[in-house]
Design a protein around this ligand. Structure first.
Ligand code: HEC
Length: 88
């Protein structure tokens, strides 16, 4: 159910709902946005376990894959960088 709902909502919504639980102004982590990093960095970030907090149980691997594609599509060196999906 989670996966189907996640796939149907737009990737931007999914990004805000998953990453934005914590990464939000006044939240437990500072706002994060696709344009914070280059495509190649997002590509490897979660795959190499660079995220400081374990996200398993919070975000399914299917959802994470959709979010990572979205982050890459709007990364700093993409055609459409997005720097304020989650307001700073
Ligand atoms: C359960 C809470 C939580 C969730 C969900 C979460 N994060 Fe984080 N994230 C953190 C915390 C805590 C840190 C460490 C913040 C710090 O160092 O001040 C962090 C750090 C980061 C950093 C490093 C900050 C930097 O400037 O390099 C990035 C990038 C990041 N998260 C991206 C994401 C993305 C993308 C998602 C969604 C797929 C996500 N996070 C989901 C809690 C979370």
């Amino acid at each position: 159910m989670l996966t189907a709902a996640g796939a149907m909502a737009g990737p931007a919504d999914l990004f805000v709902k998953t990453c934005g639980q914590c990464h939000v102004k006044g939240g437990q982590a500072p706002p994060v946005n696709p344009a914070d990093k280059a495509m190649s960095v997002w590509e490897k970030y979660f795959r190499r376990g660079r995220h400081p907090v374990d996200l398993s149980g919070k975000i399914s691997s299917d959802q994470l894959q959709i979010v990572v594609e979205y982050l890459k599509d709007h990364a700093a060196d993409s055609d459409q960088p997005l720097a304020a999906v989650i307001p700073k």
